[in-house]
Design a protein around this ligand. Structure first.
Ligand SMILES: Cc1cc2nc3c(=O)[nH]c(=O)nc-3n(C[C@H](O)[C@H](O)[C@H](O)COP(=O)(O)OP(=O)(O)OC[C@H]3O[C@@H](n4cnc5c(N)ncnc54)[C@H](O)[C@@H]3O)c2cc1C
Length: 232
């Protein structure tokens, strides 16, 4: 449970940093095409940072109560207060369903799914780098990342192909789509972190930090079927 809390937290933080970097590149990169691509990437990430990360804060703080058992539930010990405080995040960040509507409408259907498909192409490149690295850890994460990317592509194709003809069918699944995309993009950041950490470990840099990053990224491999719960 502690490791799941760590992986969700680090994945969400890394996704927020990636969004911030894309925002900077969208405004300051010298090449106009690169600015445009980063703007689209950033805009896709916004509902994930606001919707997925805030939902995951509930998962993390709920696990924080669970770790402590009955003592976690008792208000005086403090763990439950984090859980209650986290509940506001899924409301005052615009609410999860509204973020999911934005993800479906403006961020996926409007350009026929081009932006999430371009993100999947970037994820595929990370899978190739993991495979080329050849370590058991990288290969295990590449396998899970590929399965996650293909699942996301399935949904993106469904959303892009059906929003106009069957809006109810698409929007009824908007929050599960948000949670799936958040899981894939945050998990992708953990995979990228693993690649950097492997290099650091090979160079003997930071003996405590790099192995911890690798073990955290491996949670993508060890808990393949444990999906976060969608919005309650
Ligand atoms: C403590 C606090 C601080 C805040 N601070 C700010 C602030 O600084 N600036 C600011 O601008 N606002 C702020 N807000 C307001 C906040 O943005 C709103 O609470 C938020 O946008 C949700 O609106 P609502 O509360 O009216 O919920 P509603 O819009 O009534 O939503 C209720 C539920 O219905 C769902 N829902 C609503 N519409 C749809 C739809 N079309 N499809 C599917 N589901 C839907 C929502 O997801 C939600 O689960 C704050 C709110 C709180 C509680």
């Amino acid at each position: 449970m502690l490791m799941m809390m760590r992986a969700y937290t680090e994945g969400c933080r890394a996704m927020a940093s990636t969004a911030a970097a894309a925002y900077d590149a969208a405004h300051h990169h010298p090449d106009a095409d690169t600015r445009k691509q980063n703007q689209a990437f950033y805009e896709y990430l916004v509902p994930l940072v606001k919707g997925y990360s805030t939902e995951m804060s509930l998962e993390v703080t709920s696990l924080g109560v669970q770790v402590h058992g009955g003592m976690g539930f008792i208000e005086e010990t403090g763990a439950a207060q984090y859980y209650r405080d986290a509940k506001i995040l899924t409301i005052y960040e615009g609410t999860t369903a509204i973020q999911a509507n934005d993800l479906v409408g403006r961020k996926t259907s409007r350009d026929g799914g081009q932006t999430p498909k371009a993100i999947c192409t970037q994820i595929e490149a990370t899978e190739a780098t993991l495979t080329a690295s050849g370590t058991a850890d990288a290969l295990a994460v590449a396998k899970r990342l590929k399965a996650a990317r293909l699942a996301m592509l399935d949904v993106v194709n469904f959303v892009a192909g059906n929003t106009k003809a069957s809006p109810n069918a698409v929007f009824a699944g908007s929050v599960p789509y948000l949670m799936l995309a958040g899981n894939v993009v945050a998990g992708w950041q953990l995979a990228r972190a693993l690649l950097v950490a492997q290099d650091m470990a090979a160079n003997g840099d930071d003996a405590a930090f790099a192995p911890a990053k690798i073990v955290t990224a491996l949670l993508c491999r060890s808990h393949p079927d444990q999906s976060p719960r969608p919005a309650r």
